[in-house]
Design a protein around this ligand. Structure first.
Ligand code: AMP
Ligand code: MG
Length: 487
């Protein structure tokens, strides 16, 4: 079915028009009985979309791709990608469509993208469907990341389609409306490069420069500057993941954006007990995407981007390689600077504190946490209490109390700023047991737990009475956590 959606917002189909080599015009499958499960009213308003319209039957047609708003021209985007290190030349949107671009209140464009909208020519053996649980999971975690100030794609809505989807059992299908600065991925550039059409590669790079890295466009070698800008954005992003205890779970090059936003929340999870080797994805058998490997994997993925961009960096191939290697060599320093600055903020260090004092305090704390496997999120929040003279909650999380006491004494001597700590150390994150509880309830028709969790994680730094269970670690009975590739 296809009709015209009446919303006052004007859609554009810029990517569809300008990149026909990488965009297949396509239509969503009909949703037999669309039902709105969750709507991001605040985000809708920022996009100039009327929440009441989106809730209406016409709005649900738009959110399932069953009515095409004026100006939009839905396409499945082509991209390639390295999945667990293996190159796949043709991935693309197998079960998603880019509806088009619209303006955000900040003056920049946003992609409106429908995930779970049916099979496309990129579907391979997939059924083109998405299941309600994993789409709500992306909604919860992406909105939590946004509230934590970590760059991310956003979630506008999840609509149940009324279609049953065959997984291990029959499960309810759903469409997630994802909002992103763009859906350009490292894999998009790998795809463009693989066509052998340098003109296409250059146009894609120009598009990325105008949408994401405008300052780089003014550089003498703007494509080198683009590579450098993506390297910086990703170094900063991955440092923020590490500081928040976030494990993405599937850092394939098709799941790494050019904008520096986190994308594709599949088998992701927030770590509870501190464990550098933490892996949650059931398919990540070798731990390639373990918590501690994320910076290395990001660097590896960026090297794939650099390879794709080589023909634009310099006419002489050797010089192009030298430029790429030089740019990539910046990643480690930038990552480490961003991580150190973030750790210092988490520990409430004041401006100008001597690095000879700050760095050993950080290193020793990380060693203590690793030894005690203390709950990552609540431990940092409890340190804020310790900075106010109430050491017991944090102390109780470390078996080596003598080691903790010695560390705290030295740390208190630098007068940590407790209020500043509370602004960066969250109380509420989407803990795995709470996410699972919310998804299970929603799947059986009860949206209460989902709404409660969304409310808690939307203001993660603001401790509120009555929300204690959202701040607590999983009960023992929850056991070790595994995610099953969130499809
Ligand atoms: P992801 O793991 O979600 O990043 O997806 C990797 C690739 O598999 C992308 O090309 C997706 O479009 C495709 N894909 C994932 N699930 C499905 C599905 N159920 N049907 C068709 N394509 C899918
Ligand atoms: Mg993906």
């Amino acid at each position: 079915m296809s009709g015209t959606a009446s919303s006052t917002v004007t859609f554009d189909g810029r990517f569809a028009r300008e990149f026909q080599e990488m965009a297949i015009p396509w239509r969503a499958e009909e949703a037999p009985d669309p039902r709105l499960l969750v709507l991001n009213q605040h985000l809708a308003t920022e996009l100039g979309l009327d929440p009441d319209f989106l809730r209406s039957p016409e709005g649900l047609l738009l959110l399932t791709g069953n009515a095409i708003p004026a100006g939009a021209s839905p396409v499945a985007q082509a991209y390639a990608g390295h999945q667990f290190g293996w190159y796949a030349p043709r991935l693309g949107d197998g079960r998603a469509l880019l509806l088009g671009e619209i303006g955000h209140a900040d003056g920049r464009l946003r992609d409106i993208h429908l995930k779970g909208s049916g099979r496309t020519p990129f579907a391979r053996n997939g059924d083109g469907q998405a299941v309600l649980g994993p789409m709500l999971r992306e909604y919860i975690v992406s909105e939590a990341m946004h509230a934590l100030d970590i760059p991310t794609t956003r979630s506008l809505a999840v609509v149940a389609t009324g279609r049953s989807v065959q997984r291990e059992t029959l499960l309810p299908g759903a469409v997630l409306t994802r909002v992103a600065s763009s859906h350009l991925r490292v894999g998009s550039f790998q795809y463009a490069r693989s066509t052998g059409d340098v003109g296409l590669l250059r146009r894609l790079a120009d598009y990325a420069l105008t949408r994401h890295h405008r300052a780089a466009a003014a550089a003498e070698n703007q494509y080198l500057a683009l590579l450098q800008a993506v390297i910086s954005a990703q170094a900063s992003l991955v440092a923020q993941w590490m500081l928040a205890g976030f494990v993405h779970g599937v850092m394939n090059t098709d799941n790494m954006t050019i904008s520096g936003e986190t994308i594709d929340y599949g088998p992701c999870a927030f770590m509870e007990g501190f464990d550098p080797a933490a892996v949650y994805s059931s398919i990540d058998e070798t731990g390639r995407y373990a918590y501690r490997n994320q910076p290395l994997v990001a660097e590896w993925n960026l090297a794939r981007l650099a390879e794709a961009l080589l023909p634009l960096l310099h006419d002489d191939q050797e010089q192009a390689v030298d430029l790429a290697v030089g740019a990539l060599s910046e990643f480690r320093r930038q990552y480490s600077d961003a991580w150190s600055a973030g750790m210092k903020a988490k520990l409430g260090f004041r401006e100008g504190l001597d690095d000879d004092v700050a760095s050993p305090l950080v290193d020793e704390l990380v060693a203590l946490m690793q030894e005690s496997r203390s709950d990552y999120t609540s431990f940092f929040r409890n340190l804020g209490k310790a900075a106010r003279g109430q050491a017991e909650p944090a102390r109780g999380q470390v078996p080596d109390t003598a080691g903790f006491d010695a560390w705290v004494r030295r740390w208190l001597a630098v007068a940590p700023d407790a209020d500043a700590m509370d602004r960066v150390n969250p109380v509420y994150i989407p803990r795995n047991h709470l996410v699972e509880e919310a998804l299970a309830a929603a799947t059986s028709g009860n949206l209460g737990p989902l709404e409660g969790l969304l409310d808690a994680v939307a203001s993660p730094f603001d401790e509120r009475p009555g929300l204690e269970r959202y701040a607590a670690a999983a009960p023992e009975s929850f056991g070790p956590y595994q995610t099953f590739c969130g499809t």
